[in-house]
Design a protein around this ligand. Structure first.
Ligand SMILES: C[S@@+](CC[C@H](N)C(=O)[O-])C[C@H]1O[C@@H](n2cnc3c(N)ncnc32)[C@H](O)[C@@H]1O
Length: 219
């Protein structure tokens, strides 16, 4: 059961109001699938949770006969019901499942609540629903790359914050690969304004960080 008004806890995201731009983002970010390859290698079989699943792109790719993924997504308009996934309309800070239900949880670019609610509100919930010894993986921007340098703000995640919370981290060197310079400019201008208009390449270096933690046994 959702305990709080979930609307107050949703990270504003453009995907449902600008579906054309989100289509470019989802197709071009990590085009070669290195993040999915990493998750596929680390995640166990069993019942898994994808928090902030967006349109289910990643969950669909990681689902197989031994791995069942429930996709949690608060924005009803992001949910793609044509994908053969089990959907749950909820937020990370109030996950609508019983304690110790899942063998693992992961989240790709959806676990940054700073300024909305405390990161720990989400993490506490994740730790609650994951079984002892289960795996938790959070994927975010690593920074120090061509992509993040386009922003006037610091859009890299804070590695030391996650290490303090007991996570290991692994950097995945990937790229945005666009079909054309026009497409690159369209998305990157939306993200970064003026700097995006000056892009004259279709490949943008992008470093992703995967924070991983095995939940310790709680007696
Ligand atoms: C950048 S998108 C990433 C979507 C997807 N994980 C992917 O990799 O394509 C962030 C997603 O997080 C969702 N979101 C926003 N607030 C959230 C919250 N409090 N808990 C869980 N997901 C949230 C948004 O609706 C959006 O779909």
């Amino acid at each position: 059961m959702i305990k709080d008004n979930k609307n107050s806890k949703i990270i504003p995201f453009y995907g449902s109001t600008n579906p054309d731009l989100f289509e470019i983002e989802r197709r071009c970010i990590d085009r070669e699938g290195k993040v999915i390859e990493f998750l596929d290698r680390i995640l166990p079989d069993g019942n898994l949770l994808d928090v902030g699943a967006g349109n289910g792109f990643t969950a669909e790719k990681l689902t197989n006969g031994h791995r069942h993924i429930i996709a949690v997504e608060p924005d009803e308009k992001m949910i793609d019901r044509n994908k053969r996934l089990i959907w749950s309309n909820g937020v990370a800070q109030s996950i609508p499942f019983h304690s110790k239900t899942f063998d693992a949880m992961y989240s790709t670019w959806a676990f940054f609540f700073d300024g909305i609610t405390d990161l720990d509100d989400g993490l506490k919930e994740v730790e609650r629903v994951v079984k002892d010894d289960g795996i938790i993986i959070i994927v975010d921007n690593y920074g120090n790359d061509e992509f993040c340098s386009l922003s006037t703000q610091d859009i890299s995640s804070n590695v030391s914050k996650w290490v303090q919370r007991g996570f290991d981290y692994h950097v995945i060197h990937t790229e945005f690969i666009f079909d054309s310079i026009e497409e690159a400019r369209k998305l990157l201008t939306f993200y970064f304004g003026e700097k995006g208009t000056q892009i004259d390449q279709t490949r943008i270096e992008y470093k992703v960080v995967a924070y991983t933690k095995r939940k310790t046994t709680v007696n």
